[in-house]
Design a protein around this ligand. Sequence first.
Ligand SMILES: Nc1nc2c(ncn2[C@@H]2O[C@H](COP(=O)(O)OP(=O)(O)OP(=O)(O)O)[C@@H](O)[C@H]2O)c(=O)[nH]1
Ligand SMILES: [Mg+2]
Length: 367
Amino acid sequence: MNDKYLVIVPTYNEKDNISDLIEAILEQSDKIDILVVDDNSPDQTAVLVEKLPRFNERIFLLKRKEKLGLGTAYLAGFGWSLEKNYDYSISMDADFSHPPTALCQMLNLSDKNKNNIILGSRYIPGGKIIGWKFNRYLNSYLANFVTRLMLGLPAHDATAGFKCYPRIFIQSLDFNSMLAHGYAFQVEMLCLAKQNNFSVTEFPITFHDRLVGESKISGELVKSAKIVWQLFLRQTWPKQFLKFCLVGLFCALIDIGVFYLAKLALHADSQSLKQISKAISFLVSASASYYLNRTWTFASQEKAILSQATKFLIVSSVGLALNNLFFFILTGILKLSDILGLILAIGIVMFWNFFGNKLWVFKNVVK
Ligand SMILES: Nc1nc2c(ncn2[C@@H]2O[C@H](COP(=O)(O)OP(=O)(O)OP(=O)(O)O)[C@@H](O)[C@H]2O)c(=O)[nH]1
Ligand SMILES: [Mg+2]
């Protein structure tokens, strides 16, 4: 195939790496050109690039006035790649952490999986990290694990920087609404892949810690954590879950209030009248819960209200049965205290109820 690939390399003070890296990349395939995005590196990285033999033939340079962050450097590179009609854009660090020799496999995979994002992964079988101290490894592994869990990302290496993006994916991005300017950019790109229904194909790479030059990662960790949190809140389900819990709390109060009112009104001293009061309070609170979840939490416009309400009742009843079952297991078998058993059972069943409602009862939500 005659596809053209642009490897985008953001640089800040990479004079000891850039020339060798460029040479190593160009050796891999004729289909590859390189764009260095340099943020006015004080060590004159850009000057070195301009002196290379194939400058402005296969090697290009985008100079920015100041250090504006890794994420915006890639966006500038993507914009350039679209303008020059490249079929694929590859993101790659300048410090040899991403092995240039893995580019051939990346190109093959992108050829076989045309519209997929291809990702060089450290965290799948066969993937390796060389040169990191245990602390650095633990930090990266945990950050990766938590990020994947919070955002439900479609890849094992959520923070990977070595990726090949098809043109169609880059075109689907709204550059102005990107949150991350720095390192969290890599995570945001995977969020957007998921959101825009692009598949990710991972292949294992051996990641090397930089041998020369200085890392720029310090100070990025806190900023990245903030962005991951913002991305988490951007998803619909955490907001829905919060609303669902508030509705649950409100309706539990309605249940208690109506029960006492009904008991007063019926002068309910006997067990059977108390049962009737309980049935009334359950009906009122379940109706309120259905109404609020339909109109507020999930904003459903489903016309078949009867069948939706029946499903809601089924999920709630199974939830009630599960609640009793878990309470029995936790306190009767595992011998936890009643209050702990109650809290844990309610917690577990809340997730059952929420996802039962989200994925079944209110699944036909019109946005
Ligand atoms: N243009 C530009 N490039 C940057 C900026 N910050 C980092 N880079 C480049 O982004 C790539 C990754 O940065 P590194 O310092 O290697 O960060 P890291 O790989 O997370 O950290 P190490 O493991 O210590 O190497 C390198 O090519 C840097 O030169 C920036 O603000 N602007
Ligand atoms: Mg690095």
